[in-house]
Write a protein that binds this ligand. Structure first.
Ligand code: HEC
Length: 237
C-alpha cells in the first residue's frame, strides 16, 4: 500500500516537472549555433574577461565573482589592479556594475540581469548565438532587433566590431563590415561566452582534476585489495 502511494507520488511529481520544463523547450525552436568549447584555453578566457569588463560590466553585474578570482584564469594581481578594475573599486570587490548604471531600469525598462550564472539559465550556445544575431530595425528604440531574442531591450553592443547586419527573408546579411571579419568576430564571441561560462563555476576545472585523481586512487586501491584477497585465500584453498 505504502509502496503504491510512493509510486503514485513519484509519478505525479514527474508529470508536474514535465509541464514545468515544457515552455523551456517550446521557446527554443530557433536553431542555435554551437559555441566552441574554450574552457581549458586560459588565453581565450583572459581575452573573454577583458571583453566582459569593457563591454558588459557597464550594465551586467557578475555578483558571484570577485575581481581577485580572475587570478584563477592566470591574471596576476598587478594586472587586475592596473588594468581591470573600475576607478575606485578594490581587488576584493564583487564584479558589481558602476553605481551610475543603477538607473538602468529607467533606461531599459528592465534591470539587465546578473550574468554570473547566465550559462545555467541559458546555455552557452544560446548566449553565443544571441550576441551574433542583431540586425538593423528602424522600429526598435535602440535601432536593432535580435533574431533569437525578438524585441530585446538590450542594445547591440558589438555593432562596431561585427558590422551591421540586415534581415533578408530569414537570412542575416552583413551590410556594413565591422572592425573584425566574421571569423574573428565569431572567435571573439566564443571567447566571451567561454568566460561567462567559466564565471558560473570557476572551480570546475580544479574539481575535474581532483575527480581524475580520486578515480586513479580508487583504481590503485581496488587493484591492491584484489591482490591482497588473492594472497589471503591462497592458503585457505
Ligand atoms: C547598455 C546596457 C547593456 C550592455 C552594455 C549589455 N547588456 Fe546584456 N542586457 C541588457 C538588458 C537591458 C537586457 C534585458 C533584455 C531583455 O530581457 O529584453 C540584457 C540581456 C542580456 C542577456 C539575456 C539574459 C536572459 O537570460 O534573458 C544576455 C545573455 C546578455 N544580456 C549578455 C550580455 C553580454 C555578454 C554583454 C557584453 C557583451 C551585454 N549583455 C552587454 C543590457 C545590456
Amino acid at each position: 500500500m505504502r509502496k503504491k502511494i510512493f509510486f503514485k507520488g513519484l509519478l505525479s511529481i514527474s508529470v508536474f516537472n514535465f509541464f514545468l520544463i515544457l515552455p523551456l523547450f517550446a521557446s527554443e525552436n530557433y536553431q542555435l549555433d554551437r559555441a566552441q568549447n574554450l574552457a581549458n584555453d586560459q588565453n581565450a578566457l583572459q581575452r573573454g574577461a577583458k571583453l566582459y569588463i569593457n563591454y558588459c560590466l557597464g550594465c551586467h553585474s557578475a555578483n558571484a565573482v570577485r575581481f581577485n578570482t580572475l587570478q584563477e584564469i592566470g591574471f596576476s594581481k598587478e594586472t587586475i589592479e592596473k588594468n581591470l578594475l573600475f576607478v575606485g573599486s578594490n581587488i576584493n570587490d564583487l564584479m558589481k556594475i558602476p553605481s551610475q548604471a543603477e538607473d538602468a531600469k529607467n533606461w531599459f525598462g528592465i534591470i539587465p540581469p546578473d550574468l554570473s550564472t547566465a550559462t545555467r539559465v541559458r546555455s552557452p550556445d544560446w548566449i553565443y548565438t544571441f550576441l551574433r544575431k542583431y540586425y538593423l530595425d528602424d522600429k526598435s528604440t535602440h535601432g536593432f532587433n535580435n533574431q533569437l531574442y525578438q524585441n530585446t531591450s538590450m542594445p547591440n553592443v558589438f555593432w562596431q566590431l561585427q558590422g551591421i547586419q540586415k534581415l533578408q527573408g530569414d537570412e542575416l546579411i552583413l551590410s556594413k563590415t565591422g572592425i573584425l571579419n566574421p571569423q574573428e568576430f565569431d572567435q571573439t564571441v566564443a571567447e566571451l561566452t567561454a568566460y561567462i561560462n567559466w564565471m558560473s563555476d570557476p572551480k570546475k576545472s580544479e574539481r575535474h582534476k581532483i575527480g581524475y585523481l580520486v578515480i586513479f586512487f580508487m583504481l590503485i586501491i581496488t587493484l591492491l585489495t584484489y591482490l591482497l584477497q588473492k594472497e589471503f585465500w591462497k592458503d585457505i584453498k
